[in-house]
Design a protein around this ligand. Structure first.
Ligand code: ZN
Length: 670
């Protein structure tokens, strides 16, 4: 529930080649792009301010960064049981290959391997579809023999995994009405049906517990030899033990140099990794959310449940960051007005939080990305996820400035807005206010949107089942959109004028109804929850504003454009939809939630989709981006650490091979 992935990865937020006073507009985005393949571009990010940190904070970042690199194999295995087997077999061929490296088959395998690294597995990180190899089965089979690649499974099974398009076709299948557990290739369940999973956890949950445990968050559900449904917990001594021990080792080093309260926080996390006790994880989260003093902060654990069709099991991720104090002014203003925003939200007063607690919002500089935050990374994070902790203790919210900055730089001059945005006035507003609008929308989404509202008595929060993520993202986005156009924003000095909202609204609607489809294969539905939420909002507003022509399709020179005619009316529609989505969440109205998503968020018009892809492909922009990490090195005098050096990296293949060699701790089958 707590990640924002870049809202418009391919629209240059305000730094396009349109008439702009931005002095840096002529800078070539290409210098930020270090690799491109298929639908992916890989960027580098900078870590401004690292050198100026006090030594003890640099050392802390170093240790936390080491811990962040230890869980990569966990995520590969979580995504699919045979991912590590595939990755290692291909890496062995890739590194020992003696033939011509410009032959078509080898180049196609390299591309496939780059995609596997990027997605942390053989399924696309966003669409969840299995990759289609462009090299032949015969060729791979020969290479496996030639380089005597040792496999933990039959060779034929490996070939089927890669080449049989019907086998393990989707990592995450959330089609209405199917058994999402058996139809999804992710490795959170094995040998159990969706009904068995639901019963297993329904039996565990204590309806009367005001502080419910996030059952199932850190385990795989399977059956023992007697056929009983059992959990395999991810902890020291449990599943993924070899990697978790490494994480624990580096966290303990970090605790050794951290000051209170951070020292105790890290120790509590270590204890959770040792015991697997989810109560301990809750204790850790309560401590973590209360720490607003530490300049260096981190996420490390089983956090987000997007990868589980039932939204229960969490993938492993990590980030290490420190505060960007100058940029924090923006989020401090938002946090200081949090209660006003809640009190004035366009929702049923019964569902408003009476007292907004612990809204903390920071702008941060990220120093290391790991697990499910790497290479594709969120631009904002809001944690913890447990509803009761958010209610009693609040949540921490961050916007990652050095990542959005890199996105922006890389998008400069790519021609996107010129192609898809019809009106010059919209393009001009985006050129001027696009970045600010995006940043503020992310801030509002993260630090207020997700944290806002409350459930009706008796509603537990799991009622919306597979629609939970989409509807939660919808709610947070609507909160951000609605308030971005509020005069209050000008009054408290967050925006110079409501043109910022107009820029964001025009961009959002265009993205939701049209340009985001560039990321989807022709003929497919929208599956990813953030994409679904954007389509839901845009399409719903289009339909409900139709009689007043609030949003309009325009055809010009054979091209389709979507334009917003009435920004005030659109803002009212955002408010109306927020009212309904909050009601759905607060009352757990599954049927209404299902209908909203299925009616507005899933199906794409075929002809429009085709047109978008054709126009988009002509621009030659990859729709997805990710990052390589910098490295950090200890500088020593004798035994004493005297400095930590930041070493920029700019080779994607090298980093991936390095991580696979030095930061790989799990067996191929777990
Ligand atoms: Zn979100």
């Amino acid at each position: 529930m707590s990640m924002v992935i870049s809202f418009s990865l391919f629209s240059s937020c305000g730094k396009g080649s349109t008439a702009s006073t931005d002095e840096t507009a002529s800078t070539d985005g290409a210098s930020w792009i270090i690799d491109r393949f298929d639908d992916i571009k890989v960027l580098r990010y900078e870590v401004p301010g690292f050198e100026k940190l006090p030594l003890n904070q640099k050392i802390l970042i170093y240790y936390l960064s080491q811990a962040a690199k230890c869980g990569r194999d966990i995520l590969f295995d979580q995504n699919f049981k045979y991912n590590l087997t595939v990755r290692r077999a291909l890496e062995q061929i890739y590194t020992s290959y003696e033939g011509k490296k410009d032959c078509e088959e080898f180049k196609a395998m390299e591309k496939y391997l780059k995609k596997v690294w990027f997605a942390n597995g053989i399924h696309h990180h966003y669409s969840n579809d299995k990759f289609k190899p462009e090299f032949s089965q015969e060729w791979l089979s020969k290479q496996l023999d030639k380089y005597t690649v040792e496999l933990p499974i039959e060779k034929q099974l490996l070939l089927d995994i890669i080449f049989n398009k019907d086998l393990y076709a989707s990592r995450l299948n959330q089609t209405d009405g199917v058994d999402m557990v058996t139809e999804s290739a992710c490795n959170y369940y094995e040998g159990v049906t969706m009904a068995e999973v639901e019963k297993f956890y329904a039996d565990m949950i204590d309806e009367n517990d005001p502080r419910p445990i996030s059952y199932g968050l850190n385990s795989k559900l399977t059956k023992d030899e007697q056929g009983n449904v059992v959990e395999r917990t991810w902890k020291v001594g449990g599943m993924y033990s070899d990697a978790i021990q490494q994480i624990v080792f580096w966290l303990e080093q970090a605790a050794g140099v951290a000051e209170e309260p951070q020292k105790s926080i890290i120790n509590t996390l270590v204890n959770y990794y040792r015991t697997g006790d989810l109560r301990e994880f809750d204790r850790y989260n309560v401590l973590w959310v209360g720490d607003n003093e530490s300049n260096v902060d981190f996420v490390n654990g089983f956090i987000e449940d997007y990868g589980d069709p039932l939204g229960r099991k969490a993938s492993w991720e990590s980030t290490v960051n420190f505060m960007d104090s100058t940029a924090c002014r923006r989020t401090q203003i938002i946090a200081a007005n949090a209660q006003w925003f809640e009190d004035n939200a366009p929702i049923n007063p019964a569902f408003r939080k009476k007292e907004v607690k612990g809204v903390s919002a920071k702008v941060i500089t990220v120093a290391m990305l790991g697990g499910d935050c790497y290479p594709a990374t969120p631009i904002g994070i809001n944690l913890p996820n447990a509803d009761w902790i958010r209610k009693e203790y609040g949540s921490k919210s961050v916007t990652i400035d050095n990542i959005t900055y890199a996105y922006d730089k890389a998008a400069q001059g790519n021609g996107f807005n010129e192609e898809f945005m019809l009106r010059e006035e919209d393009r001009a507003r985006i050129a001027e206010f696009g970045k600010l609008g995006d940043d503020l929308h992310t801030d509002l989404h993260e630090c207020l949107g997700h944290g806002s509202g409350q459930l009706a008595p008796g509603v537990k929060g799991g009622e919306l089942k597979s629609y939970t993520s989409t509807l939660e993202e919808t709610r947070a986005d609507l909160f951000g959109l609605y308030y971005l156009g509020d005069p209050k924003m000008v009054e408290i000095g967050l925006i110079p004028s409501l043109d910022v909202a107009k820029a964001q609204y025009a961009d959002y609607i265009m993205n939701g109804m049209m340009t985001q489809f560039a990321r989807i294969e022709l003929g497919k539905n929208v599956e990813e929850s953030h994409m679904r939420n954007r389509k839901l909002i845009a399409e719903w507003c289009y339909e409900h504003g139709k009689k007043d022509n609030v949003i309009e399709w325009v055809k010009q020179d054979g091209k389709s454009y979507i334009v917003v005619n009435d920004f005030d009316a659109l803002r009212k529609l955002f408010g109306e939809l927020l009212f309904e989505v909050q009601r759905i969440k607060s009352t757990g109205d599954y049927e209404a939630g299902r209908k909203l998503v299925e009616d507005y968020a899933v199906k794409i018009d075929y002809d429009l989709h085709k047109e978008v892809l054709e126009r988009y492909n002509k621009l030659g922009i990859e729709p997805y981006s990710g990052f390589v990490n910098p490295d950090y090195e200890l500088v020593k005098k004798g035994d004493e650490i005297v400095d930590v050096k930041l070493v920029p990296q700019n080779n994607y293949i090298e980093q991936m091979l390095h991580y696979s060699k030095e930061w790989s701790f799990l067996p191929s089958i777990n």
